[in-house]
Structure formats: C-alpha cells, structure tokens
Write a protein that binds this ligand. Structure first.
Ligand code: GDL
Length: 790
C-alpha cells in the first residue's frame, strides 16, 4: 500500500477546517465559483448524498493519482469520462505534482491519501464507496474516490459519471457532492431465464456494460432455448459458442458483473448417478477454465420424477419428498465437490421445482433437511408472476427454505400467453421497501427484447441498491433519460410511448394498469364533455394525442439507443397509427360540434380506417414466443375511447353516450368454482383488471339488467383468454322474451364490438355462450352496453 504522509497531513488539516466550518455555518462561497444548484439525479439513488460546496471546473489537464490497489476498470472508465468531458490530458501519477488544476484520487478506501481526501469514512460494506468533490480555491479542484473493494471503486466512478454538468461556457463541471454509498442487497441484476429466442451475443455484451453503469453485479446465463443449457446439458459447447461465452465472461469482469453460468439438467438427470454427476462437474469445469466463478443449477419447470433406476433404488418411489431429497443431495454434492474445491467460486445458486408459492410441502421439508446451508435458493414470488412482493412473504419463504431467498422476479419477461403482442415498459413497482433485510437479492427475468428490457432493469438496479429510497416514477423518468442520452424531446416521447405499453400481465389479472397517464387524460375528457365543456375537452385531449402521434418519430430521430428503436419497431408503427386514428376521431367530434355532419362522418370513417391499419400491425417470430401476433398498444384504454367516441357520434341526437352496464345489475348462469373473485358483478364494474368466469360448459351466460330502459348503440365484450369461439348477443325488454341481435362466430378473443341498429329501448343484454375456446368456462373482463343516458 502506498502512503503519502505529508499529503495526508495537509489534507487532514483541510478536512478539519472544512468540517468545522460546515458545522458552524454555510461555507463561504469561493470567489468566482460556479453557482451551487441542486445536485444531478443519481441512479441508483445513493444512500447518502449532499452538496459539499461549489462545482469544480473540468480543466484541460487533470492528474489522476492511482496506486497498485486502483481498480483497472474503474481507472479506465474515469480516464474515458474525463477525456469526453474536456480533459485533453489525463496524467496517471503515483503522487500529485501540485501543478494540475484538478487532481483526482482513485483507490481503496484504506489508501491514506484517499482516506484523507474523502473527509469521511467509506461504509464498511461490500461494494461500498465514498466520493468527495471539493473546490479548493479557484480554479483548483480535488476529487477523491474510494472503494471498500474493487467494485466499490468502480461504483464511485459510475456515480461521478452522473455528476458531470454542462457549463454555460460550453465546458463541463463536476457537481460539488459528497457521497457515502453501498448496496442494500448483495445480488442485483438479471437472469436470462426466459423461453424463446435467446439474446444475441451483441445484446449480451451491451447488457453487461449497462449493468455496470447501473451498479448491478449479477447476470445469470440461463436461456431456456440454449440446448447446451437444458436439453443437451451433458454436451460440451462447440468451440465458437465457448469463445463467445469466454468473451462474455471477460466483458462481465470488466464491468464488475458476476457472469453466473446456469445448467438445467432436471429433465433427464439421474440425481444420484455417478456418470451424470461427473458430466455436470465437467461442464462446470469447462466454464471455470474460461473464468466463470459463479454457478446455478435451476430445477424449474420439470416434473418431480426419477429418470433412472438408481434414484428409485436409493430414494424410493418418486414423490415430492423423495425427489426433493434427491435434488437437495445433488446440489449439496456440487457445492461440496466443485464450489468448495474451486478457488474464488461463489456459493452455488439454484431454483427449486416449487419456486412460486408459500405452501409448506414435503418437497420443501426435504430441501430444509438435506440442502447445504451455503446454497442460494431462488424464488419467484407468489403465482410465478407476482402482483407484489412483501416483507411478510419474504419472511415466510425464508422459513420454508431455511435461508434468505434470492428472488427471480418474472418482470418484464414476455414469453407467456397473456403477454402476447406486448412490450412491457412500466417501471418496476410494488415491491415493499425494506425487503433488502429479508432477501439475498433480486434479479429480473427480462423480455426477449433486450434493449427494451432496460427500462425495467433500470428500476430493478435502483430498488435493489436502495429499496428504501426507491421511487418508481422518478426512476422511470431517469430510465427514459438514460435511453435517450439525456435528449429532452426523446425522453418525453419515451415517457408517452412507455405509458402506452404500461400494462403488466400475469397468469391471472394484470398487476400494472394500462396507459395510466392517457387513461387520466381520457377520464378528464369525458368529465368535461359531460359537463358541457366540449370544446375545452377536445383541445385538452388533442394536445396529449398529438404527443402520441409524434412520439415514434421523436424516438426514431437518433438520440434513443438504436437497439431500443429496433426492438420497438412494430409498436412504434402501431403507435403512430393509433395516434392518427385518435386525432381524426377528435376532429370528427369537433366537426360535429361545429354542425358539420358530413365532414364529421368523413373524419370518423378515416379514423376507422386508421384503426383497422393499427390493428393489422403484427409482430413476427422469432423475436417472441407468441407466433405472429397483433401488436397491443394502450389496449382497453385507447380503443375503448375510440369506440365510445364513435358511439357518441352515432347517437348524437340522443345526448351523452355512456357504458350503461356500469350502473346495471349483472347475473350469470354460473361462476367458476363459485369463487367470489370471479362473480358476475365483476363483468360490469368498469375495471378491466377484474373478470367474471363461468362453470366449464358451453351453454353458460352472463347478463346485465340496465338501471332503466335505454336505446343501445353497441354491446362490447372484452374477453379474457378463456373466450367463446361462438356466442350470441341477446337483448330483452323484460328479461323473459329475448331476441338474438347477433350470432358471433368470429370472436377476436379480445375486444368484440357488436353494433345494434334498433331504436327500441331495451333493459337486458346477455352474452349467451355457444362454444368454448378452451376447456375452461367463459371469462369476460367487461361486458359493455353503450347507449344514451337518460
Ligand atoms: C416460469 C419460468 C421462466 C419463464 C417464466 C414466465 C421460473 C422460475 N421459470 O415459470 O423461465 O420465463 O415462468 O413464463 O420463473
């Protein structure tokens, strides 16, 4: 360790003086100092950050004081940052010359000059750092960056990267900040654990650099569709693939990310067989040889069965308890025979076959009894795609597995049916602050679209670093700023686009709402419209819809990460069309308001044509697992608005058009398993997040009795995936005598609209099932009845 006694004494003196001064009063401004405004927003949000004094100018010449303990990636990043912010000359020195206007110390927290210049201790915590920027009389500046370990140094530089602020003279300053910081959770990052097209090599290299920038330290390589990871797990990687993996391992190390190699042998492995155990260790050894020091054996999505007579002989008949024991013994063996014998290797990670619940089972009992306490166990949260994760759940699952678990969070992964046609761009949300005390960490399982996944991952990185200060809305804005390189117009366009792709599905109801900002604008529109303030309603909504229409061009204009633009291409195309369709519809309402009925009709037709074009935009394999699927943009919000606006035009003379079902009474032939959460009343509660579901037969029905008889323009059925392939829409004035207004045999299995062309008031509307698409019953989010109120 290099020490600089003379220097540290001098700096120690400075430190005392500054600290004493700070306690007594605000430090006197240094003459000519740039103004000390609010500090830039840092992500992940540091544990402690405050202003140390005025900003420091980045001069043409900078001295970087480094030592043998200085981390290479941190040093390289710092040199690059200084060069790209106006320092033409960066001298690496062991001792400061005193001649450079800006000197920066970078190294371990216990290097004496670093410690002295920091003016406060680095937190005693893995990956911690402290940073201090001081202006010591114009134009001199000093920066100290100290890490508890190498990663800490790197993270100090990643924070400094965000402290560069442009000067009015065209140059750069470093914001006068002092930071003490450390991660709340030890394991942070992603697991490439989805089905379908794995990420490309280029995407992985890019992701690893991104993780470094957001202080995420974990990437688990577990793509279900890499045959050498799962189906053909015993086979060695071909040379070209191994060379790519080797490059990923190096890239990960260069960004302080642990490349974690996962092997999923569960479909065929003989748990206790000597040959399979050796095959597994041989595969791990081949990864060790290219530098891998972290491993996982995921056992998700397999049957609890034995694949060889040895296992049955050893553990008895296959059941939860016996297979659980066989798995736990295999994992403990790998921890013992491989991890413990290989220098520098992290504790083994695994995913149990029962990974998504909080139920005590004989499987989990076996894991508690036979699994080495060192092994890190993953858990997905409840229901595989959890609507939320709470401290209480984390406590329960810790009991079940006898350790703090590592969360495999299935967001924003879009490889399952309910995600068909969707990009998932909502911020990471609904994970309870304080979870850091109860978990080993959290990783995101992202989308097949790597660059588009960065919006959510930006949130994961922030939450896992500092869960107590996590603010989803702030993080989301910062994510968009990051993706657009700080360009304000592109950032705003991304926020508008992100809102249109906000819905987060699950295996049940969505856990994040669709298009909340647009939805609020539409609600405000109808409120003003009904209050008679129609012109203002139109101009208010028109302003936001204009932003929707122009967002794709702004996103494609050049500032936004080109990989994001390429991932989002079909969604951008659809957004432009939906935006134009909505503009035309608002224009049609305006024309009608102005008394121009033919003009209004023509505009409404144009809107319908644009809507048809928007609905025709599809996304093709192989980028997704859904096959050729229609792109979904603001579905349930924008399409519903356009529909209601069209109904308002249709029934213009009759007054306001509303979804009259909401004030009505729903009844049904049956409810699935008599579950209250699937009761008929949820079919007309105005909430697309709840639903009615029937018993499992073809003839089931649901109906709504309106509060009063009304002239109805259309009936809408918003289907869940358990839809009808064939059904009838029937109406009645008295609930006894029914007319079939339409036989539907081409259901969209999404939002069906059935137009009614009869001015006779009706009181009852029924969906009468004829034929089911699935073996489940019928399931409908909302049955809408659009007609003139009063
Ligand atoms: C899963 C799979 C995962 C998949 C996800 C969403 C785990 C542990 N396994 O069950 O590979 O991407 O659902 O479909 O989550």
């Amino acid at each position: 360790m290099r020490t600089h006694p003379r220097l540290s004494r001098r700096l120690a003196g400075v430190a005392t003086a500054t600290l004493t001064g700070a306690l007594l009063a605000v430090p006197a401004p240094v003459t000519g100092a740039p103004p000390a405004g609010p500090l830039p927003q840092i992500t992940p949000v540091p544990q402690q950050i405050s202003r140390s004094g005025p900003d420091v100018v980045v001069p043409g010449r900078v001295e970087l004081v480094v030592g043998s303990g200085t981390d290479d990636p941190a040093r390289q990043l710092l040199v690059d940052l200084l060069r790209s912010h106006g320092a033409d000359r960066v001298d690496l020195v062991a001792e400061p010359s005193g001649r450079a206007p800006l000197s920066i110390r970078l190294g371990p927290a216990d290097r004496a000059d670093v410690a002295a210049a920091l003016q406060s201790a680095v937190p005693e915590h893995a990956e911690a750092y402290a940073l201090n920027v001081t202006r010591s009389g114009a134009p001199l500046g000093r920066v100290a960056l100290g890490g508890a370990d190498a990663a800490g140094q790197y993270y100090a530089v990643q924070t400094l990267r965000q402290l560069f602020v442009p000067s009015p003279d065209g140059g750069w300053r470093i914001a006068g900040a002092t930071v003490r910081d450390y991660p709340a959770m030890p394991l942070r990052g992603t697991i490439e654990g989805f089905y379908g097209q794995p990420w490309s090599h280029h995407e992985r290299l890019n992701q690893l650099a991104f993780y470094g920038a957001v202080k995420a330290n974990t990437y688990i390589y577990a793509p279900k569709d890499d045959p050498y990871h799962r189906e053909r797990w015993r086979e060695a990687y071909p040379a070209t693939k191994l060379a790519e993996l080797s490059e990923l391992v190096d890239q990960a190390a260069a960004h302080h990310v642990r490349f974690t190699f996962a092997l999923s042998p569960g479909n065929t492995i003989c748990y206790s067989g000597a040959a399979d155990r050796s095959a597994l260790l041989a595969k791990f050894q081949s990864m060790y040889d290219i530098g891998v020091r972290a491993y996982s054996i995921p056992l998700d999505d397999i049957s609890l069965r034995f694949n060889c007579p040895e296992d049955s002989a050893r553990y008895g008949a296959a059941n939860q308890g016996s297979v659980g024991r066989a798995q736990a013994e295999l994992l403990s063996y790998v921890q013992d025979a491989f991890v413990d014998t290989h220098e520098g290797t992290q504790a083994l990670q695994t995913v149990p076959t029962q990974y998504g619940d909080l139920t005590e089972t004989s499987y989990k009992q076996s894991w508690r009894a036979y699994l080495d306490p060192e092994v890190v166990v993953m858990w997905t949260g409840t229901a595989v795609v959890p609507p939320s994760i709470t401290i209480s759940q984390a406590e329960q699952v810790s009991q079940l597995f006898g350790r703090k678990v590592f969360v495999w969070d299935n967001y924003p992964v879009n490889d399952y049916g309910n995600t068909s046609g969707r990009l998932l761009l909502a911020p990471y949300d609904k994970r309870e602050a304080g979870l850091s005390e109860h978990l080993a960490g959290i990783v995101s399982n992202p989308m097949n679209q790597a660059a588009a996944s960065k919006i959510a991952i930006f949130g994961f990185a922030d939450f896992t670093w500092n869960d107590r200060d996590y603010d989803p809305a702030r993080n989301w804005r910062e994510a968009m700023r990051h993706l657009s390189g700080g360009d304000p117009a592109a950032t705003q366009a991304l926020l508008v686009f992100g809102d249109l792709n906000h819905l987060a599905p699950s295996f049940g109801a969505p856990w994040q709402p669709q298009a909340p900002v647009l939805d609020a604008a539409i609600q405000a529109f109808w409120t003003a419209w009904k209050a008679g303030d129609r012109s203002a309603a139109l101009s208010g909504l028109r302003r936001y819809v204009d932003q929707i229409t122009t967002a794709p061009a702004a996103i494609r204009a050049g500032a936004v990460d080109p990989d994001f633009v390429s991932d989002a291409r079909p969604w951008l195309d659809a957004t432009e069309l939906w935006g134009q369709a909505t503009q035309r519809m608002l224009d049609a309402l305006r024309a009608r308001l102005d008394g121009d009925e033919p003009g209004s009709d023509a505009l409404a037709v144009q809107s319908q044509e644009l809507q048809d074009q928007a609905r025709a935009v599809v996304v093709d394999p192989p980028d997704n697992t859904w096959g050729r699927a229609p792109v979904r943009i603001a579905d349930g919000v924008l399409d519903t608005f356009l529909m209601r606006a069209q109904f308002a035009l249709d029934l213009w003379e009759l007054g306001d058009v509303e979804n009259l079902a909401i004030g009505g009474m729903a009844t049904a032939s049956s409810v699935e398993q008599d579950l209250d959460r699937l009761a008929a009343r949820f079919v007309n509660d105005g909430d697309n997040g709840t639903r009615w579901a029937s018993g499992y037969s073809d003839t089931e029905w649901v109906q709504v009795e309106l509060a009063e008889p009304a002239v109805v323009s259309a009936v809408t059925v918003n289907w869940e995936s358990a839809c009808a392939t064939s059904y009838r829409i029937q109406t009645s004035a008295d609930g006894a005598d029914w007319q079939t207004v339409q036989d539907v045999t081409d259901s969209s299995c999404a939002l069906d609209v059935v137009r009614l062309n009869d001015d006779t008031p009706i009181r009852f509307v029924r969906m009468q099932g004829v034929d089911r698409k699935t073996t489940w019953g019928y399931s409908i989010y909302e049955l809408g009845v659009y007609g003139a109120a009063g």
